[in-house]
Design a protein around this ligand. Structure first.
Ligand code: FES
Length: 343
């Protein structure tokens, strides 16, 4: 028996390793040829100090100079000493290059193209080595666009438990992936993915959650919701989804379905276009009130274009509320996700 440990590096690269209950995370990492920072290996120096964001473990033996009780209470841990009691997610204080590892590359086959509307498509892929592609719900991969030397970053819209993976694609005039989907894409095409990456992923729900999506920023939240169908959380989870025009709205039926299977899940949506037929016209900020923020006892997950992310952060600050955890990701149509931060 072993547990899965996700090692998230400072550059956004995530590697997954198997760790037995009787071995330390550091031993398992080195067996997987991932050189996480280590010095004494004895719980004395604190060099390996990391942050455990999810899961339970035995912290092992160490001295106060390496890890204080206050730090341990906040989730800091020593991989050279800790042994897992469950799957874990750790933030490692080094780059993947410093740990002599890198994001993995996977080959996949294009098995589906769904054109939701002129502005949004969804692609489905079969990954050749699917069992080797682990990811946390909310993360993304870089996809090399066939026939070009460019790649684009896409968050999984599918949950980690599905064999087939999928991604929402915003159709942008002249965009590399948009042009490929419009002109050259054929079922059966080979694509190459690199990842998973990103620190925008679902943490253990210990309080209410507010999920906010702008446009195709819905994708990582769909992946999170798929995970929640299996976790049976009892925490309230509210999703607000904002788009520019009616044609940008996708997956409303999926969200309605999740209301039936995730206890405590509710959602609402709005369309900025005043000519929309949607019940709510305007921006998601118009739907964020103090009741959705639980006086700050809430974990916020926000994904959208930079102006939307900045507007939401400013709006929440203007309400005088500081969420317990605020995770956000900004995306652009550029090749790489612009910002991935957790505050
Ligand atoms: Fe020194 Fe872990 S390597 S405390």
């Amino acid at each position: 028996m072993s547990f899965q440990v996700a090692l998230n590096f400072e550059d956004g690269v995530t590697r997954f390793i198997e760790c037995r209950p009787d071995e330390t995370v550091a031993e398992a990492s080195y067996k997987a040829r991932i050189n996480i920072p280590l010095d004494c290996r004895d719980g004395a120096c604190g060099t390996c100090k990391s942050l455990c964001e999810s899961g339970s473990y035995d912290g092992g033996d160490y001295i106060d100079e390496a890890l204080t009780d206050d730090e341990a209470a906040l989730g800091h841990c020593l991989p050279c000493q800790m042994t897992p009691h469950s799957d874990l997610v750790l933030r490692i204080p080094s780059s993947s290059a410093a740990a002599k590892t890198a994001a993995a590359t996977h080959s996949a086959t294009l098995v589906g193209i769904q054109r939701h509307s002129p502005s949004t498509a969804e692609i489905a892929l079969d990954v050749n080595d699917r069992d080797a592609l682990d990811f946390l719900p909310g993360q993304y991969v870089n996809i090399a666009v066939p026939g070009t030397d460019q790649s684009r970053s896409y968050s999984f819209s599918s949950g980690p438990g599905r064999r087939q993976i999928s991604f929402l694609v915003r159709i942008v005039e002249g965009g590399a992936m948009s042009e490929y989907l419009a002109k050259g894409a054929r079922i059966g095409d080979r694509l190459e993915l690199t990842g998973p990456m990103g620190s925008f992923y679902l943490r253990e729900l210990t309080r209410p959650a507010l999920l906010l999506a702008g446009g195709t920023g819905l994708a990582p939240l769909l992946s999170m919701l798929e995970r929640l169908t299996r976790e049976r959380t009892s925490q309230p989870v509210h999703l607000l989804y904002g788009v520019t025009t009616d044609q940008d709205l996708v997956h409303l039926d999926t969200l309605e379905g999740y209301e039936d299977v995730i206890p405590g899940f509710t959602f609402d949506h709005c369309v900025a276009d005043r000519g929309s037929t949607a019940r709510n016209k305007g921006f998601v900020t118009g739907l964020i009130g103090t009741s959705t923020l639980y006086d700050g006892d809430v974990d916020v997950y926000l994904c959208g274009p930079p102006p939307m992310v900045d507007a939401v952060r400013g709006h929440i600050a203007s309400l005088g509320v500081t969420p317990a955890n605020f995770h956000y990701e900004k995306f652009t149509s550029a090749a790489v996700r612009q910002t991935v931060e957790a505050a």
